[in-house]
Each structure stands twice: as C-alpha cells, then as structure tokens.
Design a protein. Sequence first.
Lengths: 217, 103
Amino acid sequence: MNSATLRDSLSVSLTVGAYGVAFGAAAVANGFTVLQSCLLSLLTFSGASQFAVVGVLGAGGTALSGIATASLLGIRNGLYGVIIAPRLKVKGFKRIVAAQITIDESTGVALGQEVRSPEAMRQGFWLTGIGVFIFWNLFTLAGALGAQAMGDIRAWGLDSAVPAAFLGLVWPRLKTNSDRALAIGCAVFAVAMTPILPAGLPIIATAFIAVAVGLRK
Amino acid sequence: MNQYWIAVIGTSAIAFALKYSGHSVPEKWLSHPRIQRVNALIPIALLSALVAAQTFTSESKLMIDHRLLGLSVAIIALLLKAPFPIVVLSAALSSALLYNFSI
C-alpha cells in the first residue's frame, strides 16, 4: 500500500464525510425522518444531489421536482464512471459497488494518484470511495439525531477544506501552459455560469470545454 | 406513500442508474488517441470547475467570503510544495478563523 495514497484518501474521506452532519441536520430540519435521511445517504450517496432533494422538498417542491434537480446534479457521476471504468476494469458485483461509490471525491483522488501509478490510482478510488461512504453515513446519522451544534460547517472551515482538497488534486496535473489555461478557463466559466444555468450544469458543462479542446489539438 | 418517500426512492434509483450506466460504456469506444487525450483533459476541467464553484458560489449566487482566504492559503501551501493534508488543514484553519472572528 502506497502511504501517500492512503494519506490522501483518508484526509479526503474524513473531511468530506464530516459534511454528513450538515446533511443529516438539514434533512431532518426539512421534514425528512431520520430513517429517510440515512437512506438517502446510503442509497443516493451523492452530496450535492442529496442536499438538492432535501432543499426542494423543504421549500415545498414536489417529489418530481426534487428528483429532477437531484438527478441533474447526478449526471456528472455518470461521466466519472465513463472515466473511471476503463482504469478499474471490474465486472459483476464489484462493478455495482464501484458504481455506487463513483462520486466527486473518489474520482478526484483516483485521478490525482495517476501520476504515481495505475495501482495507486485504483487504491485511491476504492479507499476514498469506501472511506467517504462509511464516514458520510455515520455523520449523517449523527447529524440527523440532532448534533446540530456542529451543523454550521463554516465554523469548522470544512467549506474551504473541500475546494482546497480538489485544488491539491488538480495541481499536479497542470503540467503545461495549455493545461493551466484550461483550468483557469473552466474555473471562470463555472463561476460565471452559476447564476445563469440550472444547478449542476455549470460544472458538467466544463467537461464539454475539455472535449472541444482535446479534439481540436 | 408520501412525497418524501417518493423523493427518497426516486432520487436514489436515478442516482444509481446514472452511476452504473457510466461504468457500462464499452471500453473500445474510449481507446482512440483523441478520446484518450480528451479523457486526460476532462478531470482538469471538472476539478478546476469544482474548486471555483465551491469557493465563489453559494446557492446559485456569486459570493466572495472567508473561503477565498482558505483557497489563497491552499495555493500558497501548494506553491511551497506542502503535502496534501497540510494544504487542506491550513485552508480549513484560516477559513474557520476568519469566519468565526468576522461574525
């Protein structure tokens, strides 16, 4: 086991998993039962989608609009699957597990390990995916059961820890000036489009910028 | 069955279907050199977009707040070649300090 990979995976698992407190608290505050909150974390297992469905129903939206918003945010997990599957090469039950833990963090850490070795990449994926799954679900239960005192993630710096983690992951991949230009362009695009496009689209849209740049070269 | 249960089950079913369908795209579709190049650029695009969106937006609005300090500290740590946990912890610490003291 590569200790640097283990370290990266564990720090992301813990930081991101701790967000589960905020989700559990938010879900219960918006009218979901503790059981429903925990099922969302176990079965949906995609933070942005979960917050979206809870927010929509809490604001009086219908189940259908909640599901649609959450699913729009879940599209990027499908794209991550396309990126990760040829690198993992798993079938059957393992593929089902791999699919369920294919999220921002497992994909991000896995791709961040690729500069080390293909083996480190696979370890990064499984360790982070399973690690986030365990912590996210435990913290969801804690949050749902009323640990709302720690509910303000901002007071703990968690809202900065996650972008910092993503930045640390993309950093080693920025080798050429055109990589850096792409990164800055996509960052500006995502922020500029956020007030205009529906939630979730600005991020997924940057994948198409990468496709356009890659095909043109 | 009430709206909450429909939302829980529907969201979960579609979330898994999206994840699994991504894993089921045939590999030969992805072996072309151009596709490989695109595949290497996509993470740069998505990760950069995630960094920016999580730092400068809040509930679909643009926002500059304590997270900018966290990100700046993370960039400095990375320029100083700090290890990953230091990058994350220094960002969290600086951000939490500014948030708690600016209320």
